[in-house]
Structure formats: structure tokens, C-alpha cells
Design a protein around this ligand. Structure first.
Ligand SMILES: [Zn+2]
Length: 273
């Protein structure tokens, strides 16, 4: 078997999730590491946080590959009394590189929203906001093979996603029949007013805030609009990791790809529900 280097991963990642297709505000690609370093073990996770960095170190990973960029906004120190300084120092000491594929991994076929649509069994799914490649873009809108009540659909969502403290929160009549479904993995406030979302029977996304959610529901009561399903941000994006690992295993069979089983959703417990 031929030896693999980090550059084999970065080349592959560039074909699967071209960095040029990321949003202009995003920061994707190689964060730390040397492209000539040997590559035998890659850990995939949604977030680079203390728990996943520790997991990568314990396993002896050469690369931690995350969805969220650790360095999205400028930092000015690697002081190890800062959380990001400590994480990067630990990674570098353990010869573990760090790489992120974020909005460039949201949009394409097999991307975060596409996988969510597939796992919910949506047919004829198309991007809500198409990109330059019309098969890619932000979010997906498709149809259930058979319409079902909102309550049953919410239970399907809950079975598909890994469990989290906040679970699956639903706004709408539980008996309402659901056929057309809009999904957006990660924070989805921005598409609440999109015509393809307004026209759907339900919108599944994360991080819906009080005012945008309430205004959308009031508008739906006045005319047609979707029921809302709010799921944990981490959960909605975590489904993407296994498919990404499979595609990379196929291209780099000499390298071991492992998906972290750690839950990096920030919430630990809930009371009073
Ligand atoms: Zn996200």
C-alpha cells in the first residue's frame, strides 16, 4: 500500500467541496498542518472543540476534519489560556492537522442539506436557492412519497436525527397533512420568507429565533405558509459526516476515516418542559 500524505486529502476535499464555492464570509480549507505530513487516520466531527480535539489526540489522528471552521473570525493570539489557542496548540503538538469544509459542504449534492433531504425520504428535491451548478445550492425542497400528519412527520425527523437535549420542536397543527417539505441544515432564519419555503407544508431547520418564527407563523395563519420544525443545529449537520467519510474511504482506502460519536450540541440538560 502506498503511503498517503495530507495533500492527498486536501486534493480530494478540493474536488468534493471546492473551497471557491464557499460563501465569501466563510473560512474553509486547511487551518493547520503540513501537506507533506503522513496521513493514516482522519477523525470527522461537526465542531473542533475540546472534546473532539481530545478524541483526535487519543486516537492518534493525523487530521481532524470538521464542518464548522474553528477560526471563522480573526483571532490574534495562540495564548493557551484562550480556548482556541489551547486547541490549536494541542493539535499541533500531536501532529494533528485541522481542516474545515463549511458552506462549501452545505450546498453540493451529498452536502449537508441534501443528506438531510435524503434521510427524510424526500423525492424530487431541488435547492431552495440554486447555485451556479443548479443541482447545488442552499437548502432543499422536495416531497414525501406519501403525505402524513405533521405529528408523524416530526416523529420521523426525530428518528432520523441523533438525540439532543432540545429534541425536535414543532409549531403547527399536529393533524396538518405534510407533503411538500423544505429543509436547511444549520441556521435557517434567512430563508423563512423564501417563496419555496412559504409554499412548503413544513420547514425543517435550526436556530429559529422567537420573532422570525412568530412572524412566519402569523403570516401562515393569514395566508398559506409552512409549519416549523426546529431541530438542534449540531444534529441537523451531523448526518452529513458519515456520507462524507464513505466518499473519502472510497477514494483513499489506505486511510482510516472515523466519524466522532461525541455530541457537540452545546446543551446538556433541560428542565420544565
Ligand atoms: Zn452549522
Amino acid at each position: 500500500m502506498s503511503e498517503r500524505s495530507l495533500i492527498d486529502f486536501t486534493n480530494l476535499a478540493e474536488t468534493l467541496w471546492p473551497t471557491a464555492t464557499a460563501e465569501s464570509w466563510d473560512q474553509v480549507g486547511l487551518v493547520s498542518g503540513h501537506v507533506q505530513a503522513p496521513l493514516t487516520k482522519v477523525l470527522l466531527a461537526v465542531d473542533a472543540v475540546a472534546a473532539t480535539v481530545e478524541e483526535a489526540s487519543e486516537w492518534g489522528a493525523d487530521l481532524l476534519f470538521t464542518h464548522h471552521p474553528l477560526l471563522l473570525r480573526g483571532i490574534h493570539t495562540l495564548d493557551e489560556e484562550t480556548s482556541k489557542g489551547a486547541l490549536l496548540a494541542q493539535l499541533i503538538r500531536n501532529r494533528c492537522a485541522l481542516y474545515a469544509a463549511h458552506t462549501n459542504a452545505d450546498a453540493p449534492e451529498g452536502g449537508v442539506s441534501d443528506v438531510l433531504a435524503q434521510r427524510l425520504g424526500l423525492a424530487h428535491a431541488v435547492p431552495i436557492v440554486p447555485g451556479a451548478d443548479p443541482a447545488a445550492g442552499i437548502g432543499r425542497r422536495g416531497f414525501l412519497p406519501e403525505p402524513m400528519p405533521l405529528r408523524a412527520f416530526a416523529e420521523l425527523v426525530s428518528r432520523v436525527l441523533p438525540p439532543t437535549v432540545t429534541g425536535v420542536r414543532v409549531a403547527g397543527d399536529p393533524e396538518r397533512m405534510i407533503g411538500a417539505v423544505a429543509v436547511l441544515g444549520g441556521a435557517g432564519d434567512s430563508l423563512l420568507d423564501h417563496p419555496l419555503v412559504r409554499d412548503a407544508d413544513v420547514y425543517v431547520t435550526s436556530d429559529l429565533r422567537h420573532h422570525p418564527a412568530q412572524e412566519s407563523l402569523e403570516q401562515s395563519a393569514a395566508s398559506h405558509g409552512p409549519a416549523l420544525i426546529d431541530v438542534a443545529h449540531w444534529a441537523s449537520e451531523s448526518l452529513w459526516l458519515e456520507g462524507a467519510a464513505e466518499r473519502m474511504r472510497a477514494a483513499l482506502p489506505e486511510v482510516e476515516f472515523r466519524v466522532s460519536t461525541l455530541r457537540t450540541d452545546p446543551w446538556d440538560f433541560a428542565v420544565g418542559a
